[in-house]
Design a protein around this ligand. Structure first.
Ligand SMILES: Cc1cc2nc3c(=O)[nH]c(=O)nc-3n(C[C@H](O)[C@H](O)[C@H](O)COP(=O)(O)O)c2cc1C
Length: 166
């Protein structure tokens, strides 16, 4: 039996589920662009193409992302750990125009190994998170190793289609 408070055990167990790391990005009032580090991304449906991510209701960025009608996802590459750390903090959430690119009219980071532009399809409250379900507007993928998150630490997954890595 795992030891600790029930929510500590839950965190510890869920952190054994190795994930990729993404930055969800959107444009707010006055054209301000912001991002948040997210690893709760999951695909939901192929037809129609839907995916979801979960937004914590204690986030300082809750109102910004809960209200976004369109948003982008950048799946970070192995070299993008600094971006993951930066967008996990509200004080460095701003995305400068020079580091963004517009994809289906949605801002994404220029870095990363894949990008998805989404329109919000549905929102569902679930406990202390908001499930934000997005319909895919456009998507693209690039070669290269991915950034991973496992047991609270960043790592990398090499691209199996490029055995030498990059
Ligand atoms: C690897 C990683 C994954 C994260 N995934 C999520 C997530 O899926 N949903 C979420 O709301 N916050 C997630 N966070 C936390 C946010 O990035 C952010 O740190 C948190 O919302 C607190 O900052 P804020 O109050 O300024 O938003 C993640 C953080 C890290 C480092």
């Amino acid at each position: 039996m795992e030891e600790g408070a029930p929510d500590q055990i839950f965190r510890r167990v869920m952190s054994a589920f190795a994930t990729g790391v993404t930055v969800v990005s959107a444009t707010g009032a006055g054209g301000r662009m912001a991002g948040i580090t997210v690893n709760s991304l999951t695909s939901v449906s192929l037809n129609p193409r839907l995916l979801l991510w979960c937004l914590g209701d204690q986030s300082e960025r809750y109102d910004f992302f809960a209200a976004a009608e369109t948003w982008g996802v950048t799946m970070l590459g192995a070299a993008d750990e600094a971006q993951a750390r930066r967008f996990a903090r509200a004080e460095s959430e701003a995305i400068e125009p020079s580091e963004a690119e517009m994809f289906a009219n949605v801002p994404v980071l220029q870095t990363g190994v894949a990008h998805i532009a989404c329109r919000t399809h549905d929102r569902r409250q679930a406990g202390d998170h908001l499930l934000i379900i997005g319909e895919v507007l456009d998507l693209k993928v690039k070669p290269g190793p991915a950034l991973t998150f496992f047991r609270g630490s960043y790592g990398r997954a090499d691209d199996p289609r490029e055995p030498s890595g990059s």
